[in-house]
Design a protein around this ligand. Structure first.
Ligand code: PGA
Length: 251
């Protein structure tokens, strides 16, 4: 049994925000991280900024990832982007199964699993999002929901090294509300147990991120919770100052 811990990751999800003018924030982040953070850092801008974003990363300070992909490697899928195209650009990771895609585009666990498989097939890391809705939390079902999503979303070919889980309670995203550290610890423990059941001892090395209203003001408290191996940050990742202040939780 290993008592090593995974190196933390702070990942920024820009969602549908940003034009070329926003690349200045990446440049500013690049300069701030000159001190080399004590955690890994990823930035996931919209598709339109992925190519120019590559100019701002040497893959040491931060890597660039995408927010979604299509499960197929190529084909007649107007408007979609294949994982292979993202890998070709230099992306290192792809977020799949974000609750906004589940809600806005009707994505279910089977589609999320297929997308995660595509990310692995293209040689990148899949950041698989899970999380309960408010009514499910109120019904005391948060852990059951997350277990079910994990069972449905992890592809058969996944291994511990190419997978990151992001626990994002839907009601905490963009709301300014977060679960208590105890509530986060309970869900992250459930995820860890599921990962160990699935991958054996290497399941301890899969990073489990917390996401949902992470800000500079709460980052230290949230990142100190047992089995929280970093954060998936939405709104607060758009400004280099705020994002850097969250990364600061690991300095
Ligand atoms: P938020 O979003 O930090 O703005 O709450 C997190 C996410 O959706 O990844």
């Amino acid at each position: 049994m290993t008592d090593r811990k995974p190196r933390p990751l702070v990942a920024g999800n820009w969602k549908m925000h940003g034009t070329r003018a926003s690349l200045a924030e990446l440049e500013s982040l690049w300069l701030k991280l000159g001190r080399v953070p004590a955690c890994d850092v990823a930035v996931c801008p919209p598709f339109t900024l992925l190519a120019p974003a590559m100019d701002y990363t040497d893959h040491r300070r931060f890597v660039i990832g995408a927010q979604d992909c299509h499960p197929e490697p190529a084909g007649a899928h107007t408007g979609d982007i294949a994982a292979e195209m993202l890998a070709d650009l230099g992306c290192r990771c792809v977020i799949v199964g974000h609750s906004e895609r589940r809600q806005d585009h009707g994505e279910d666990d089977a589609l999320v699993r297929a997308k995660a498989a595509a990310v692995l097939r293209a040689g990148m890391t899949a950041i698989v999002c899970v999380g309960e809705r408010a009514a499910e939390r109120d019904a005391g079902a948060a852990e059951r929901v997350v277990e079910r999503q994990l069972a449905g979303c992890l592809p058969a070919e996944a291994d511990a090294a190419s997978l990151i889980i992001a626990y994002e309670p839907v009601w905490a995203i963009g709301s300014g509300r977060t679960p208590s550290p105890q509530e986060i610890a309970a869900v992250h423990r459930t995820v860890r147990v599921a990962l160990i059941a699935r991958f054996g001892d290497t399941g301890r090395m899969v990073r489990i991120l917390y996401g949902g209203s992470v800000k500079p003001a709460n980052a230290c408290e949230l990142m100190a919770v047992e089995n929280v191996d970093g954060a998936l940050v939405g709104g607060a990742s758009l400004r280099a100052d705020d994002f850097d202040a969250i990364i600061e939780a690991y300095r």
